[in-house]
Design a protein around this ligand. Sequence first.
Ligand SMILES: [Zn+2]
Ligand SMILES: [Zn+2]
Length: 339
Amino acid sequence: MRALVTSAPRTMELREVDAVAEPGPGEVLLGIDAVGICGSDFGLYKGTHPYAQFPQVQGHEFCGTVRALGPGCEGTHAVGTRVAVEPLLPCGHCYPCSVGRGNCCMELRILGVHTPGGLQDELVVPERLLHDADGLDAPAAAFAEPMSIALQGLVRAQVVEGDTVLVLGAGPIGQAAIIAARALGARAAASDLVPERLERATAVGAELVFDAAGDVPDALGEWTHGVGPTVVVDATGAPVAIRRAVDLVSFAGRVVVIGLSSQEVSLPIVPFTRKEISILGSRNSVGIFGDAVRIVRDHPDEVARLITHEIALEDVPETIELAMAHPEIVEKAIVRMAA
Ligand SMILES: [Zn+2]
Ligand SMILES: [Zn+2]
């Protein structure tokens, strides 16, 4: 079978490798159908990501078709069923795991980051990671993973009907947050530096968009009836964005940081108490992956607008280079594996 191996920084090789082993107890053999290429994949490819290792098969956003069940499987997903994979392998015994938050496990391993991922024809995974995606087109099913990241942020911020959610950063996670916020009955606005991304944000349901490089428009105040957004989602990891989130969020509001960077941010102390704001980190997801699949299923047109590039396995390195250089061109690239 084929595997796309990241063998050194900025080097991916399409190799012919041995077929994978039979699935063990509680495991299933998947034929991989589609794999999303993510911002974190850029860092793994370049070798700048803290967990980059070589050689590795990347791909943590993927779906497949069940080909075989190992002994002791419950069989909830029959052979021939399309499934989306929740790519997390928590240790099960650390403190976060003990309180039901394996998404931030202290020893967390992620398929396609710490262990081989989806950029190959077949993969054996634990049955418990599977979520039914039957009837979904493969690229849409692969988009369930980034949708789960966005939804986790909104769950952390306790978004409910009537909330006004400002999303900072209209990359794939920010766009997914717009779709998910609306699915929860909230309203959404967005800012970004890239005009094309703002156009897509409008297309997937943002009621107000603005250039992140400029001043915050008066229209944001009108949009929130003068109180400010009740929830601000940072999907950038940029210090200026997180600082802006604290300034803009309403009294009793929530700021949730999904974006990643190695930078630091300084924050004014008074608003914490005066506005009694909550500032929350959000990582991966827990207990909501099935809901993310459902949101993708319910919003086929919006999801399709975000998948700007459907590519073949051998096109991944050049597409990553294109995406890094041209975020205005590439919103989400997804590999559709050969049938
Ligand atoms: Zn991702
Ligand atoms: Zn753990």
